[in-house]
Design a protein around this ligand. Sequence first.
Ligand SMILES: Cc1cc2nc3c(=O)[nH]c(=O)nc-3n(C[C@H](O)[C@H](O)[C@H](O)COP(=O)(O)OP(=O)(O)OC[C@H]3O[C@@H](n4cnc5c(N)ncnc54)[C@H](O)[C@@H]3O)c2cc1C
Ligand SMILES: NC(=O)c1ccc[n+]([C@@H]2O[C@H](COP(=O)([O-])OP(=O)(O)OC[C@H]3O[C@@H](n4cnc5c(N)ncnc54)[C@H](O)[C@@H]3O)[C@@H](O)[C@H]2O)c1
Length: 467
Amino acid sequence: MPDFDMLVLGSGPGGQKAAIAAAKLGRRAAVIDRPDMVGGVSLHTGTIPSKTLREAVLYLTGLTQRDLYGQSYRLKEDITVADLTARTQHVVGRETDVIRSQLSRNNVQLFSGTGRFVDPHTVALREAGGQERRISAEHVVIATGTRPARPDSVEFDGRTILDSDNVLTIERVPRSMVIVGAGVIGMEYASMFAALGSKVTVVEKRAGMLDMCDVEVIESLKYHLRDLAVTFRFGETVAAVERHPRGTLTVLASGKKIPADAVMYSAGRQGLTDELDLEKAGLAADPRGRIEVDEHYRTAVPHIYAVGDVIGFPALAATSMEQGRAAAYHACGEPVARMHHLQPIGIYTIPEISFVGRTEDQLTEDSVPFEVGIARYRELARGQIIGDAHGMLKLLVSPVDRTLLGVHCFGSGATELIHIGQSVMGCGGTVDYLVDAVFNYPTLAESYKVAALDATNRLRQLDRIGD
Ligand SMILES: Cc1cc2nc3c(=O)[nH]c(=O)nc-3n(C[C@H](O)[C@H](O)[C@H](O)COP(=O)(O)OP(=O)(O)OC[C@H]3O[C@@H](n4cnc5c(N)ncnc54)[C@H](O)[C@@H]3O)c2cc1C
Ligand SMILES: NC(=O)c1ccc[n+]([C@@H]2O[C@H](COP(=O)([O-])OP(=O)(O)OC[C@H]3O[C@@H](n4cnc5c(N)ncnc54)[C@H](O)[C@@H]3O)[C@@H](O)[C@H]2O)c1
């Protein structure tokens, strides 16, 4: 008899939910992770610290209050790294306790150390002191996540040449910073450092950024970031990064050189599979360290599952949790529906972005007709009260059956508000539901009604002329 019914490698969002789901089904479950990493990348270097840091930046800089109290408004003049990290450490500490307690009250055994395969059903646990012990399980879930990808040609020192993990332990807020890669991580940190007053240059090899988002929203984001002195270098590749006594020089393939106090790489991530001895389990990873799975998150070896960032796109804490639960249910023979196709995206730039469904460009490319309804925060009472004049909500509505095809939100509360649109879309609701519904007043949620009225006014015009 194996030691456990389910053994999970990694305690990030995917691993946690897999272990708890198995335990709730009465299975004997265990999780392995390093003692200082309980909660995963998500809790220690990813989602939670970055979002807490963002909250501290917004609070201390007073950035979002300046429309109300004047452009010079700041809660604190010289914001130090200690001011910023105090809040992060507190939240990470509390969340770690919550996760440990959830695992323990569900009787999930937590082993400290790292795991690697010995054979398809056995994992060797290496503890901090170097001792090894073997643990066997009927099912294994690989949820080992990723680390920042570091090009070999760049000499990272963790102080001036950084990856997105190091950025959480910098000694001072740099006066100037180069960010390599305008993906989600790059743009979230570019927003934070720009808000803190650093002179940020973003270098991105593609022609633009965040191309999964609405074009108008990205135009607005660029406008806001340029206003905070961010320079964009699109279509440019970093050829080398040099460290000098008085700062760094980022050399672009085009020959340009950008001086800055610090450089942060956010140019993708690498799956953490190199130390798993996957071949002993009969598995292999691709060159980016990712493991292939089927629709049930099963690897090529049917009793071994893989979930979270280690399987690649969409690589979000949000989706990793669902993958973990689904994998555990499948392994335990519990019926489980496939993840709903409507998955929201939340990007915590300043201002924040969120959307669900398709963009105008995607609909046009697919020859799907749509009408647009827009609500601008500056025309909402709540928008005036909170001093957000730039926010907006956009509904894309089908003129054929009046259902919502996409919802795009930019500004305060976007990542929360999007879930109203997601629910309406998920339940097959039409724009008329939003027109007829009563919303609390004054709220940002009222933007749904305003945008729905805008869309239906246009649809009516279409009908009138058509008739
Ligand atoms: C800066 C940043 C910001 C982000 N912001 C967001 C956000 O706002 N929203 C969002 O949804 N997502 C966000 N993400 C993505 C999110 O953090 C990841 O999608 C999520 O952490 C992936 O979860 P996971 O289950 O794959 O495990 P991870 O969180 O990646 O954790 C994996 C764990 O496995 C452990 N491990 C590795 N190898 C072994 C081994 N051999 N033995 C035992 N344990 C091992 C590691 O120590 C680690 O604790 C962000 C990521 C970053 C980097
Ligand atoms: N709010 C959120 O949900 C959130 C926040 C942060 C991270 N994440 C997740 O983390 C993952 C990793 O994010 P990421 O931003 O590191 O990776 P990414 O792959 O999304 O973006 C990296 C960018 O760097 C560019 N790049 C690569 N090499 C370059 C070079 N030498 N010079 C210039 N540009 C270069 C690429 O073209 C790409 O646009 C993503 O999958 C994302 O989903 C999610």
